[in-house]
Design a binder for this molecule. Structure first.
Ligand code: BGC
Length: 739
């Protein structure tokens, strides 16, 4: 086998340039998002790139092949972050990496590390958190997992890609401080901690230049300051000038076309792209190819280990569910009779749509999960819902519909693009229609009265879906509940409460929805998000008390949409096709805003209830070897086994700068603690993490800090004072400099 240098030495300029441009949607693995161009005479294979964050997105059908290529659908990233369980997220990454490898995919186009800036971002489900530390740590864990399987991971979308409206064109105007402290930070953490094979440049512009044509972003920050050694690719169709992309630091333009190859070649010939630049970019592509399974002749074993990975998906769905309210309703009694309302109870939404979607063998609905775990699900209510749904809306039937179409009209066609658009479009429309438009309250008073008599409790699922390409809307039916949903909650609550029976609401949603207008009416609220294929099993085990909820919110759940920090600038100006999105809230994103300006959220960052109760004691804080070492004991003082997420926030008491009230600086999830059991928890915070970006450098201010340890950002249980004896300053590569 030749080294990268030898191969490069033998290449013609045409071959080198061809490496910098993708070969379009993948032909090697059907439904994969792209592949690179091979150079067969030198033994350089094409490598395959596939989405995505919640499972490998390949298409289950292949022309002329009776086999089905289903994958495991894992919970979306927002759910993974809600687990606060780093080890578990690493295992999810590993499982996705193993499936990619088995399918012949060399590089996974995930994780997404954009920030939850606004609750209506259409891809909020594909990103981890509003907090850069939580996002970065989770992103690094995900990357370590994927890459431990021998395939690559890709950090996306670099950077400032926090919305979908006009996503190919808008410009983000943000201060350098906001970028460094909030928006670039997750990428920086993941680059340093996990060495991803690739980074994907985002569609939007950042401070006036397309991200993929932005030398400051791609070369100065990513390569020079952070020392990134992997490959930089564009998002699919990003930017408007391929020559500028290559000059700014892009190695691979995706999805690519012959026209772009020709354009680059011409630019090279007229001297607009120097030969060394072509060499440097081609070398990066070859380095990635050389790491890939395909380079070693491995095209995928086909053994996806779906049974084993289903267990990982289940665990992540359980630990990612967040109990928002519980007034004696949960867990339900043994073998309960459950009146199950809401379309999402029967057609549970597993994940968001678009490139973050994936195609599993099955999705366990909440109804099926409850039945499987021994609950009695009311059949009459189920019959009403099933009667309202057109038969094509059953999961998987869209594929059959498509197959029929394909075998007729497209049988001889090898147009992969048409195939892909057809299937994805059909699937998307089916799911969308089913979820968004089914009427929720067709029940008469007498029907509800009888349902309350014959059941032990009511469970109502509220569902929403979201997709790449669109932000969610501040309207009834999306962020707000529809009138029929509200009347269902209101009427079921009234009738069941008259019979002294409890009412539980499950939120099967990509991100926050309005809760303020109805939450007082019900006894319990559990956010299950978009929990992947094992949805029903995970939810049933929590409802039935087989496992105690342990998820915590990775973002603030607002009380009112118009009280959110980016309310006035999302999705930018002009409101239709916005060109400018001004991040005027600066570093005051998420809880950094709510806490500093004393705004009451519905549920704060880091919040989540459990069936058991934890006691915090014996806090010790010391500075040792450049780290703040935080030690404490956490004891399960309740009656159920459970896990707790210990969160460490720091507050600068003597700051000379404008700083958020407090910031998350570390966290740890305990092991499963039996009642009465205690764990000693240690969280180490490198001193540099206390820095704020000021005057072109990172500054750790001297003086007193309050170390705040708690079960959420507003449920602080223990406090200590930390004295930082001297100011310390760092450059953007974290080298010590004069202050
Ligand atoms: C998305 C990326 C995705 C790519 C390939 C783009 O539209 O923004 O996240 O990886 O398509 O499917």
């Amino acid at each position: 086998m030749h080294t990268v240098q030898e191969i490069l030495g033998k290449m013609s300029i045409e071959e080198k340039i061809s490496l910098l441009v993708g070969a379009g949607f993948s032909k090697l693995v059907h439904g994969a998002a792209g592949e690179t161009r091979p150079v067969a005479r030198l033994g350089v294979p094409a490598v395959v790139l596939a989405d995505g964050p919640a499972g490998v997105r390949v298409h289950p059908l292949r022309l002329g092949d009776a086999q089905r290529y289903y994958v495991t659908s894992f919970p979306n990233e927002i759910v993974l972050a809600s687990t606060w369980n780093v080890e578990l997220v690493e295992r999810v990454g590993r499982a996705i990496g193993e499936e990619a490898r088995a399918l012949g995919v060399d590089v996974v186009l995930a994780p997404g590390l954009n920030i939850h800036r606004h609750p209506l971002c259409g891809r909020i489900f594909e990103y981890f958190s509003e907090d850069p530390l939580l996002s970065g740590v989770m992103g690094a864990a995900y990357v370590r997992g994927v890459q431990s399987a021998g395939v690559g991971a890709t950090l996306k979308h670099f950077a400032g890609h926090e919305q979908e409206t006009n996503r190919l064109l808008y410009n983000v105007a943000a201060s350098e401080r906001a970028l460094r402290e909030i928006y670039l930070r997750p990428f920086e953490i993941a680059v340093r901690e996990a060495k991803p094979w690739a980074v994907m440049g985002a569609y939007n512009k950042l401070n006036g230049k397309y991200c993929v044509q932005n030398e400051w972003l791609l070369t100065r920050v990513l390569r020079e300051e952070w020392g990134f050694e992997g490959l930089v690719m564009t998002d699919w169709g990003a930017g408007d000038n391929p020559v500028e992309m290559i000059k700014a630091g892009v190695d691979l333009i995706m999805p690519g076309s012959d026209q772009v190859v020709a354009e680059l070649l011409k630019a090279y010939e007229r001297g607009a792209i120097p030969g060394e630049v072509v060499d440097a970019r081609a070398r990066r592509v070859l380095e990635l190819v050389a790491k890939s399974p395909r380079f070693r002749g491995q095209e995928g074993s086909g053994d996806l280990k779906l049974e084993e990975h289903a267990k990982v998906a289940y665990e992540a769905a359980v630990e990612g569910a967040v109990l928002l309210k519980n007034e004696g309703a949960l867990p339900l009694p043994e073998k309960p009779r459950v009146a199950l309302f809401g379309r999402g109870s029967y057609w549970t939404v597993k994940g968001g749509l678009g490139s973050g979607d994936s195609y599993p063998r099955y999705v366990v609905s909440i109804a099926d999960g409850l039945r499987e775990r021994g609950a009695l699900v009311d059949e009459e209510i189920e019959r009403v819902y099933r009667g309202m749904v057109h038969r094509f809306y059953e999961y998987g039937e869209s594929l059959q519909l498509y197959r029929a179409y394909r075998e007729g009209a497209l049988a001889k066609s090898d147009s992969w693009l048409i195939e892909m658009l057809m299937t994805h479009f059909v699937d998307m429309m089916m799911e969308y229609t089913r979820v968004m438009h089914l009427q929720e309250d067709p029940f008469t008073d007498a029907f509800l009265e009888e349902a309350a008599q014959r059941n032990d409790a009511a469970v109502i699922t509220v569902s929403r879906i979201s997709t790449e390409g669109f932000d969610r809307f501040p309207v009834k039916g999306d962020y707000y509940l529809r009138d029929d949903e509200l009347s269902l909650i209101e009427r079921v609550s009234r009738v069941f409460h008259e019979h002294r029976k409890k009412v539980v609401v499950l939120l099967n949603v990509p991100g926050p929805v309005d809760v303020a207008s109805w939450r007082d009416k019900v006894d319990a609220v559990l956010a299950i998000w978009l929990p992947g294929q094992e949805a029903g099993r995970a939810v049933a085990d929590i409802l039935l008390g087989r496992v105690s909820p342990s998820g915590k919110l990775p973002l603030t759940w607002p009380r009112d949409l118009y009280e959110t920090p980016a309310a006035r600038t999302f999705p930018g100006t002009p409101p239709r096709d916005p060109e400018e999105v001004i991040y005027s809230e600066d570093v005051y994103v998420g809880y950094r805003y709510y806490d500093t300006f004393a705004v009451e959220p519905a549920y704060e960052f880091g919040y989540g209830l459990s069936y058991t109760a934890f006691d915090y004691r014996d806090l010790e804080v010391k500075l040792s070897g450049g780290e703040v070492v935080v030690r404490l004991k956490v004891k399960n003082n309740g009656r159920h086994p459970g896990k707790e997420v210990v969160q460490v926030y720091l507050r600068a008491l003597e700051s000379k700068l404008s700083r958020p009230f407090q910031e998350l600086k570390g966290f740890r999830k305990t092991r499963l603690l039996a009642p009465g059991e205690e764990e000693s928890v240690e969280v180490r915070v490198p001193l540099e993490r206390l820095a704020t970006f000021n005057g072109g450098k990172w500054v750790v201010e001297k003086g007193a800090y309050e170390v705040r340890v708690g079960a959420s950002s507003r449920d602080i249980r223990l406090r200590a004072i930390l004295e930082v004896p001297a100011e310390a300053c760092y450059d953007t590569s974290w080298r010590r400099v004069e202050c």
